[in-house]
Design a protein around this ligand. Sequence first.
Ligand SMILES: NC(=O)c1ccc[n+]([C@@H]2O[C@H](COP(=O)([O-])OP(=O)(O)OC[C@H]3O[C@@H](n4cnc5c(N)ncnc54)[C@H](O)[C@@H]3O)[C@@H](O)[C@H]2O)c1
Ligand SMILES: O=P(O)(O)OC[C@H](O)CO
Length: 329
Amino acid sequence: MKITLLGAGAWGTALSIAFAGKHQVTLWSREEDVAVDLRETRENHRFFPGYRLPEAVQVSIDFAAAVAEAELLVVATPIAGLRPTVERLQALGCTLPILWVCKGFEAGSGKLPHQVVTEVLGPQAICGALSGPSFAEEVAAGQPTAVALAANDPAFAREAARQLHTTRLRIYANDDLVGVEVGGAIKNVLAIATGTCDGLGLGLNSRAALMTRGLAEIARLGLALGAQRETFMGLAGMGDLILTCTGDLSRNRRVGLALAENKSLPQILEELGHVAEGVYTAREVDQLARKLGVDMPISAAVAAVLDGRLSAAQAVEQLMARDPKEELA
Ligand SMILES: NC(=O)c1ccc[n+]([C@@H]2O[C@H](COP(=O)([O-])OP(=O)(O)OC[C@H]3O[C@@H](n4cnc5c(N)ncnc54)[C@H](O)[C@@H]3O)[C@@H](O)[C@H]2O)c1
Ligand SMILES: O=P(O)(O)OC[C@H](O)CO
């Protein structure tokens, strides 16, 4: 299959390496210097140093040409880049099936990726999300990984999962697009919480409590948005939550660790050099939860710390000072 990846950050570059063994891959970069680097050195020194791009991967900065030669598009920008990217596709009259790999609620609108895509391209667009526990570095290195693929068309989800599946990257089709997107979005907020907790030295009990009660928050908001509870026990829910909350490769976890050192958010993001989606999604989740009347105290605390309304230590005290409640309420 001819696949064009739109976005040459860490994840787009890693996926182009993973897909290249089985498919004809084009990697489109919006930054010309990244494309030149990739062509000349076969390495993305800016976003993904240390991993070699196979010779077979074509590198392009020509958006229209990269789209024209594809049978499947994979949008690999952060969620902030999803709307502008699909608007460019719409302007080209593109009717190709589209997958996205970004995780989050769109800043400002609070929309999930599939809502953004169908708002721009219309409900007839065949599209879906590839999500789950997957650090770019490990996927590029060919380490065994399993993720979920959900779409607005279940037959497309199954076929795309079958096509993209390899012996290194297991892809499980899932019919619950909302659940897959919600799990991937909120785990980033909880990874910031867990990183902060670990950075403050609050111990392993705290980490387990945050992850477990965090999963309850994911499920509560997900169910309110129409997701299926079982999805949150799967790869895009608990799987990605475990990975991102405990793995130091996570950018979101590293934001939390740095917040515990009282570094300012601008400094943290500058040092990171990559997107940490939880920083933008925390506020959207907090607002959506309030609007829908869903109790999400951990996500609210993360939003308050990121906005400078609470210190990390104050957020912990506030969470622990809440009234007792029933676990399954
Ligand atoms: N890195 C990972 O391990 C990983 C794994 C799974 C999912 N993801 C998700 O994939 C998405 C991209 O992550 P990444 O690691 O590649 O980020 P990154 O910070 O490494 O790279 C971001 C890329 O997106 C491009 N970009 C940024 N804003 C854009 C815009 N407005 N329009 C077009 N392009 C834009 C940048 O030029 C760059 O190529 C995020 O939503 C992330 O949560 C990342
Ligand atoms: O580095 P993070 O925190 O953006 O996480 C990367 C992936 O989403 C993990 O599945």
